[in-house]
Design a protein around this ligand. Structure first.
Ligand code: SAH
Ligand code: SF4
Length: 353
C-alpha cells in the first residue's frame, strides 16, 4: 500500500540521478532482481543505448514498464554552437522546468575535455564573469549534471574512451555540493562510465568549509582554486566571496586538500589588463606558489558584454608568466577556446552569436 502511495505521488526519478545501489533498490521494490540494475547501467553507460526497447537481455515486459521505475529521457539540446575550426562546441540544454544550462566540449590534439555546469547562474557574482551577472536561478540536480556528459559524449560518438571533466561551467560546484558529489559517484560507477576520479577537476571560487569537506571524501578529485588576486583588498573586489574567506584561509584549506589527497592544487589566475597583471602581482603570486605545492594556470580575461575589463596582449601575458619563474616553475597559460561562440571561461550566460 505504502508503495502505491509513494509511486502515485512522487515523480518517477531520472535514471541519470541514480547510482547503481539506488537503482538496485528500486528494482527490488518492484519485485525485480537487483542484477537488472547492472544490465541497465551497461546498456546506458557502456553501449550508449537511450531507449529500453533495444535492450535485448531485459524481459519484454520490463522494457515496456521501465518508465515506471526510472525516467530515461534526457534534456533536449535547444542548440549546439561550434567554432569554425570544429574544436569547441557549446551545448544549450533545456531542462524539465524550461530553464537552460550550457556545457562545452573542447578537443585539443590528444585530449577531449567536457566542461560541466553545476548551477543555472551563480550567486557569487565575481566581477568579471557572465554567469555571475545572471544571479543564481537554481542548483542543478545530479541527473542534470550526468546528462551534460551524455549529451556531449553522444554528440562525439563516444570515440574517445578517455576524456576529462572539469566543473568550470556555470555555477559554483561547491555551493551545490551534494548533487555534484552524487553525479561524480554515478560517473565513477564501475558498472557504468567508470570514469577515473583523477580525470575530474572541481574549480571553486573559494568556499573554504566545502574544500575541507571535499578533502575528507577520500577521493582524489583535482581541485582548482580561483585565486585571481594576491591581496585581500583586490580579491574582495574581484571575487566577493573573499570577504567571507580571505586569501590566507583559502590557501590554508588548499594546502590541507593537497596533503590529504596527494594532489597538487591548481591556482587559477585570470589576467586582467592593468588590474592584476603588474610585476608586483607576479612577484606575490610566485611567492604564494613557492610556499604551496601547486600549479599556476593563467587565464587571459575573456570579454563579457557589458563589462569594461580588458585582456592583456599575448606579450604581456608571456611577460607575466616569465616573471613567475623560477620561484613558480609549474605555470601554464590556458589556451582560449570557444571565444567565437561565447563558450570560453566566464562567458556562459545565455549569450549567442
Ligand atoms: N565557479 C567556479 C568555476 C568557474 S569557471 C569558479 O569560480 O572557480 C572557471 C574559471 O574561469 C574560474 O577561475 C573563473 O574565475 C574564471 N573566469 C570567470 N570569468 C572569466 C572571464 N571573463 N575570463 C577568464 N576567466 C574567467
Ligand atoms: Fe560564479 Fe565562478 Fe562565475 Fe564566480 S567565476 S560568478 S563563482 S561561476
Amino acid at each position: 500500500m505504502s508503495n502505491s502511495i509513494s509511486s502515485s505521488t512522487a515523480p518517477t526519478p531520472s535514471f541519470y540521478g541514480l547510482d547503481r545501489d539506488e537503482l538496485s533498490a528500486r528494482m527490488r521494490e518492484q519485485g525485480l532482481p537487483a542484477y537488472r540494475a547492472t544490465q541497465l547501467f551497461s546498456w546506458i553507460y557502456r553501449k550508449h543505448l537511450r531507449s529500453s526497447e533495444d535492450m535485448t537481455n531485459l524481459p519484454r515486459g520490463l522494457r515496456g514498464s521501465l518508465g515506471a521505475i526510472c525516467d530515461l529521457a534526457l534534456p533536449h539540446a535547444a542548440s549546439v554552437h561550434s567554432t569554425p575550426d570544429g574544436s569547441t562546441h557549446k551545448f544549450v540544454l533545456e531542462l524539465r522546468d524550461g530553464r537552460r544550462v550550457e556545457c562545452v566540449s573542447m578537443r585539443a590534439p590528444r585530449r577531449l575535455t567536457f566542461c560541466l555546469s553545476s548551477q543555472v547562474g551563480c550567486a557569487l557574482k565575481c566581477s568579471f564573469c557572465a554567469t555571475g551577472l545572471m544571479g543564481l536561478q537554481r542548483n542543478l540536480e545530479a541527473h542534470e549534471i550526468v546528462a551534460q556528459v551524455l549529451a556531449m559524449g553522444d554528440f562525439h560518438g563516444w570515440e574517445d574512451a578517455r576524456f576529462n571533466l572539469v566543473f568550470m561551467g556555470m555555477g559554483e560546484p561547491l555551493a551545490n555540493y551534494r548533487s555534484v558529489m552524487h553525479a561524480v559517484r554515478i560517473l565513477h560507477e564501475p558498472d557504468g562510465l567508470n570514469l577515473g576520479i583523477r580525470r575530474i577537476t572541481v574549480s571553486t571560487s573559494g568556499l573554504v568549509p566545502q574544500i575541507r569537506r571535499l578533502a575528507e571524501e577520500g577521493l582524489a578529485l583535482g581541485l582548482a582554486v580561483s585565486l585571481h588576486a594576491t591581496t585581500d583588498e583586490l580579491r574582495d573586489q574581484l571575487v566577493p566571496v573573499n570577504r567571507r574567506w580571505p586569501i590566507r584561509e583559502l590557501l590554508e584549506a588548499a594546502r590541507e586538500y593537497g596533503e590529504r589527497t596527494g594532489r597538487r592544487v591548481t591556482l587559477e589566475y585570470t589576467l586582467i589588463a592593468g588590474v592584476n597583471d603588474r610585476p608586483e602581482d607576479a612577484d606575490r603570486l610566485s611567492g604564494i606558489a613557492r610556499d604551496l605545492p601547486s600549479k599556476i594556470n593563467l587565464i587571459p580575461y575573456n570579454p563579457v558584454p557589458g563589462l569594461e575589463w580588458r585582456r592583456p596582449s599575448p606579450e604581456e601575458v608571456e611577460g607575466f608568466a616569465q616573471r613567475l619563474y623560477p620561484r613558480a616553475p609549474a605555470v601554464t597559460v590556458r589556451h582560449t577556446m570557444g571565444g567565437e561562440i561565447w563558450a570560453a571561461c566566464g562567458q556562459l550566460g545565455g549569450l549567442t552569436r
